[in-house]
Design a protein around this ligand. Sequence first.
Ligand code: ZN
Length: 331
Amino acid sequence: MRAAGIGEQGQARLRKARVLVVGVGALGTHSSDALARAGVGALDLVDRDIVEQSNLQRQVLFTELDAEAGTPKAIAAAARLREVNRECVVTAHVANCTAEFLRALPRPDLVLDGTDNFPTRYLINDWCAEQRIPWIYAGAVGSEGASMVLRPGGACLRCLWPEAPANSDVGNCETAGILAPAIAAVTAFQVAEALRILTGSSTPSTRGVFTCDVWRGHYTVITLAPESAIDCPVCRRERFPALTETQPSAVSLCGRDAVQIDPPRRSPADLDALAARLRGVATDVLRTPHLLRFQADGVRFSVFPGGRTLLFGVADPLRARALYDRWIGLS
Ligand SMILES: [Zn+2]
């Protein structure tokens, strides 16, 4: 409240604010931690993944115990944030972020990008444009990062990048790793802009793209023209491609030897029955409160209620699909 630009009024606005954080990995753990500590009233955290040992170098809300238990990231992050600020209402969503998922959520005042892939960013972009909700892009790889504010009525992500950059162009966390201070630098910009928007202190015209390379010591803000691109389907024709596209049911996860299978027709998977069936044929069968884990054919499976499954130790979506059908085959 003592900070210039916030005051009692700004703090009261933060307390009434609801923020959706999509992806609770490196970016999302940093940003949601800062928002909970700043006194934001409600946070929705969505993430499809589980905590692993290799995350701990940069994903600040998790511990070795979370990695050993394979706790879903959204669950582990929410538990930690409730310890930080019990008045912040934190809701964990262990889910794939899809158009259907977004439509079922309570309307947020702001969306923070904590994802690691462009299909999900286009989905956030199109949904936020349709719903007229501001969102803040963020990305980091190696020692570099970028962030920018995207507002209803201004240029959108598709105006800047009509097509998703190929992973080989931007590098990814597998090829380049991620230096933790790059995450801290990017989320410092992202969270400061979030606080400015939520307290009503932000003016649209001055915002640009923040970029940094923390290893070389470069920090810049490029001011963008606020106008939308002349041929942008979202801004010029009110078409929102990502809200109508069907997502592939098997996708490789960024930077990892892992695939997610999200069956298009969800069945209410009985994980207890599946665990009983697998005992004796698969190894390390473990039923936790949130999922079922087991190992088979040299691959580690984590099955969530509804049938969505992560397979670790396999990179090819087709092979993952075959393994899924062999070991889980819910339908
Ligand atoms: Zn646009």
